[in-house]
Design a protein around this ligand. Structure first.
Ligand code: SF4
Length: 309
């Protein structure tokens, strides 16, 4: 399917008319927004929130609330005084799906060590491979790789942590750089969006990273809609898919290519898109003229060949 020439205009309409307030009541970025005036605390809560942003939004919200209550009113102070010898147990009992308290404890241990070594914070980590040069979109993967390395073991130019990570921890922070499969890295791409974009619902705390280089945090909802708008023909979600979709979105807005991400994601999360052409629902959809299910199959006849998740 070709991309409709009017898709950019329709994405604009979707984003402009979107019900941000009601969607923010269930989105994990709401936990981060409260800390806008304390960038270090916002980074800490942002990393935790994006890391557990998998699954049903209500369970994410419930379990994230429980996790953040353990940090108390001062996340920055909690991390600065984080007990290094008790990282396995200090957050227990806590769990969100397959993500455990010991993994989140190790993450807080890594954050403490990063902040002890860096004078600025995770923006500095993101930028460490740039050599001070102006950032181009191709750098984004390198920035995520630097963040991934720092949160996993240690940064590229600092000493590794003394402690061994718990089982499954390294898989929470994959990198899009290197041999083999290149995953979508949704968690770190989402965290970076929150830190960089300066418009609702994002915080714009990192001023040295331009929004123009951001890549889409590709969850199943954004992938599904992107696929049916013709923004990708790929049947699986990989970093190549992220690059392809982001490249097309950059054509609509070179300065802020992922400004449609929140609206696209929540169109799927909220059920506003039934993922099949249903007249009573799709009639209000700004993307209906561009949706291949609607254009090719008409109402009520859903595709039998959906992409894999
Ligand atoms: S037309 Fe219907 S199925 Fe297609 S994106 Fe819009 S709401 Fe979803």
């Amino acid at each position: 399917m070709r991309i409709s020439p009017d898709l950019g205009e329709h994405l604009d309409r979707l984003a402009s008319n979107f019900h941000y307030d009601s969607s923010l009541t269930v989105d994990p970025v709401a936990f981060v927004q409260r800390l806008r005036r304390d960038p270090r605390a916002a980074e800490i809560v942002g990393v935790l929130s994006s890391t557990v942003a998998v699954g049903n939004v209500l369970s994410i919200r419930r379990n994230l609330t429980g996790l953040l209550q353990r940090l108390g009113e001062d996340p920055r102070g909690f991390v600065e005084a984080f007990p290094k010898n008790r990282w396995r147990t200090v957050l227990a009992p806590w769990k969100h799906r397959w993500i455990r308290a010991d993994q989140m404890g190790f993450l807080l241990l890594r954050l403490r060590e990063i902040y002890e070594n860096y004078s600025i914070g995770l923006e500095e980590v993101f930028l460490e491979k740039s050599g001070g040069l102006p950032l181009e979109p191709a750098y984004f993967g390198q920035g995520l790789d630097a963040l991934s390395r720092a949160l996993r073991w240690g940064s590229t130019n600092r000493q590794h942590t003394f402690y061994e990570p718990p089982p499954g921890y390294l898989q929470l922070f994959p990198t899009p750089i290197g041999p083999g499969s290149r995953p979508v890295c949704k968690r770190l791409a989402l965290f970076t969006r929150w830190m960089v974009r300066q418009h609702t619902p994002d915080l714009g705390l990192w001023r040295r990273v331009p929004p123009s280089i951001l890549h889409v945090p590709l969850d199943t909802h954004v992938y599904w809609i992107s696929y049916h708008m013709g923004l990708t023909r790929r049947k699986t979600r990989t970093w190549k898919t992220v690059e392809e979709i982001t490249g097309h979105l950059r054509g609509f807005d070179p300065e802020d290519p992922i400004r449609f991400d929140f609206a696209l994601a929540h169109t799927g999360i909220s059920g506003d898109c039934p993922k099949q052409p249903v007249l009573t629902v799709c009639g209000k959809c700004a993307l209906r003229p561009d949706c291949d299910l609607w254009v090719r199959r008409g109402p009520r006849r859903a595709s039998r060949t959906r992409p894999t998740k």
